[in-house]
Design a protein. Structure first.
Length: 297
């Protein structure tokens, strides 16, 4: 962890402390305004469900921290700095809630790095960790049912739904990417025209989605695009729904442009630029994960 004299959060947290328990929400972060509105919605939801604690939010991406500061003057901090400040402020308990979708590399930092560091420095403060959105099979089915319900009317009209997840391009967390497979299989049971692809998981890239789509949707069908991510940030706005870029090869264009080139119809209303955390029914899964973790402690 950072040394205390290098951590500007300590004085701030000590001054703002109102409760004896702290809740730290951990997310990758974003440099776009839309996701920051989603973060505010998430904080409000957790504040309503957990009124007995002070709520903070950490970014795991130093790039997002730097770029957002340059853009707005507002500074976010990494998980370790928040935890040190929480420890120095003398909280009696701290809960950490992952806002990740899968238990991949970013989530692993919480259990493998940040919590052990915190326990070494502040062994007297108990910690609780809430798991990511897609943790158990029950979560996968619950999330799948929510997504199906949100798009049921469009699906019943013969439209398709393509979900873009991020994915891990590492072999260290194979089960994390497996969550996409399991959710895809479950959604296929609800409707064969719901397909999942990812940005980084090599077994579920655009080409795989296009191949599977051709088997269930004739050319000319209407496609809906939705990020399978907590917020609709860079990947959603650019990789998923970005406009055509001049002098850029087709294989480097957004999914919207590439699917349209294959003959499918995608209007602006079919690009759903909402993160999963923008939907109350899906937000509740994260809330329930923290409630369950605290019950089990």
């Amino acid at each position: 962890m950072e040394q205390s004299n290098q951590n500007p959060l300590i004085a701030r947290v000590c001054a703002e402390k109102r409760h004896e328990r702290a809740l730290l929400l951990v997310t990758f972060g974003s440099t776009y305004e839309g996701p920051h509105k989603t973060f505010a919605t998430l904080r409000n939801a957790f504040a309503e469900s957990f009124p007995d604690r002070d709520i903070y939010m950490a970014f795991t991406s130093k790039f997002c921290i730097r770029k957002w500061l340059e853009k707005t003057g507002e500074e976010y901090y990494t998980t370790d700095k928040w935890l040190e400040a929480i420890g120095e402020a003398g909280y009696k308990a701290v809960s950490i809630q992952s806002l990740h979708v899968i238990p991949g590399l970013e989530y692993s930092f919480i259990d493998d790095r940040y919590v052990p560091q915190f326990h070494r420095l502040y062994p007297q403060i108990p910690t609780t960790v809430g798991v990511p959105l897609l943790w158990s099979q029950a979560d996968i089915e619950r999330v799948g049912d929510c997504i199906y319900s949100l798009f049921r009317e469009r699906l019943e009209k013969g439209e398709a739904l393509i979900l873009m997840g991020h994915g891990n391009n590492t072999d260290k967390h194979p089960e994390a990417n497996g969550r996409y497979r399991r959710l895809h299989d479950y959604l296929q049971g609800r409707c064969s025209r719901i397909l999942i692809g990812t940005v980084d998981f090599e077994d579920m890239l655009f080409e795989d989605v296009a191949e599977r789509l051709a088997e269930v949707c004739p050319v000319g069908s209407i496609l809906n695009l939705l990020p399978l991510m907590s917020v609709a940030g860079d990947h959603a706005l650019n990789d998923m729904a970005g406009d055509e870029e001049e002098d850029t090869p087709l294989e480097e264009q957004s999914w919207k442009i590439r699917f349209k080139a294959l003959g499918y119809k995608i209007e602006e209303e079919n690009c759903h630029l909402h993160g999963l955390a923008d939907y109350a029914s899906l937000r509740q899964v994260w809330l329930d994960h923290l409630m369950a973790a605290e019950r089990e402690q």
